[in-house]
Design a protein around this ligand. Structure first.
Ligand code: MN
Length: 128
């Protein structure tokens, strides 16, 4: 839905730009972080409707960050979608165990992407 806030945690500027463009078309409000620290700073003051989480980040990786986010009571139900270049078997399991709700593989399928986002946003609002 337009106006919903999505936090994008992604260190690659090109990917961030692509995601920004795709999300803007659907009028989401976008917050961006390129490191785990930046994400945590944003999350001190904001509870986004969804988080897109790159797994490979400098310093703290995306799965560790996801676990930290899940420990925070007010953020425990925010949908987190992992962004990953890995296509290895068993990875999905690892993401789910860490607290992610699903994943999107890179390179991002620009047609599929908005539908996946919408699905997760709808699912989480139905739970409430
Ligand atoms: Mn990365």
């Amino acid at each position: 839905m337009p106006g919903e806030t999505i936090l994008v945690v992604e260190d690659n500027e090109r990917n961030r730009k692509l995601i920004r463009v795709l999300l803007r078309v659907h009028r989401y409000r976008i917050l961006e972080a390129s490191t785990a620290d930046e994400a945590l700073t944003i999350l001190e003051n904001t509870c986004p409707d969804l988080i897109l989480m790159d797994i490979q980040l400098p310093e703290m990786d995306g799965l560790t960050l996801t676990r930290i986010i899940r420990e925070q009571h007010e953020l425990k139900d925010v949908p987190i979608i992992a962004l990953t270049a890995y296509a290895m078997k068993g990875d999905q399991e690892k993401f789910l165990v860490s607290g992610c709700n699903g994943y999107i593989s890179k390179p991002i399928d620009t047609r599929e992407f908005p539908h996946v986002i919408e699905q997760f946003l709808t699912r989480s609002s139905e739970d409430v």
